[in-house]
Ligand binder design. Sequence first.
Ligand code: SF4
Length: 325
Amino acid sequence: MVQSMTNTDTRDVRSTVNQIRELEEVDCELVRVAVPDVEAARAITEIKKGIAIPLVADIHFDYRLALLALEAGADGLRLNPGNIDEAEKVKAVALAAKEREVPIRIGVNAGSLPKARNPKLSIAERMVEAALGQIRLLESLDFDLIKVSLKAFDVPTMVEANKSLAGKIPYPLHLGVTEAGTPRRGVIRSAVGIGTLLYMGIGDTIRVSLTTHPCEEVIAGYEILKSLDLRQHGPILVSCPSCGRAEVDIVKLAAEVEEQLLKINKPVKVAVMGCVVNGPGEARDADVGIACGKGKGVIFRKGKKVGVVAEKDFLTALMREVETL
Ligand code: SF4
């Protein structure tokens, strides 16, 4: 499942609902909202009325907010064992969650780990230890609607921690590289961390955390799943990097096609190629493709040449093919 988190003030119900609806439009499947105070916890009731996807309440420090979020109708809770450290408090939350059959995600962050019992442990080992401690506590309360995340900014740490924990527990894992950064760098860090684990068969939900509008997180999440063939979701654009052989502005054309494809939902593979040397091969492989030459381009559909178009019509002719496919 592809997940994101709102960056609105949760107490501002209208803005939060609007942002979740935007997320729903890009097919976000699960949304987390920050619950920093009582008002935010109570707002969940109204927010839920305006949205269609499950909502997870993100709780730090105050376990009473978790209890309030449950009362308000949260579909899931995310707790950080690093900052709700008293077993009695976690117990109270687990009992209330169990009553409502609401899952709890134990969210361990490398940056806010509980004190290590053994100072020789690596960060990854401490993350695993923190998660196992909370898992045992929940299990001792006969609570098994558990999901776990082990997030770190450092990709090898995040990969190592998840790989180690995956072999030790039967519960689903939520993957993410935390504070990954602005889109250019954050998408790469997340794709490497999340992608490495998914390729090993580890991970059930993902969040690409980026310093930008959360819809971008969802789009990036699907790109990771698509590149590993784990999901079909919307179009796939194949475009050549362009080189000295190109006789048209392929960079501009590919950007325009990418923009147009945002409006298309079907899983169609579209190729935009810059010349007649390597272009026809890739263009033929795609569902729809164009191999551009000087002043004109060849359009392919399902491997067959279906027409030759003038340069001014490249974009419209290609998109017409995509739409009629
Ligand atoms: S398809 Fe042609 S223009 Fe594009 S990178 Fe390859 S050789 Fe260069």
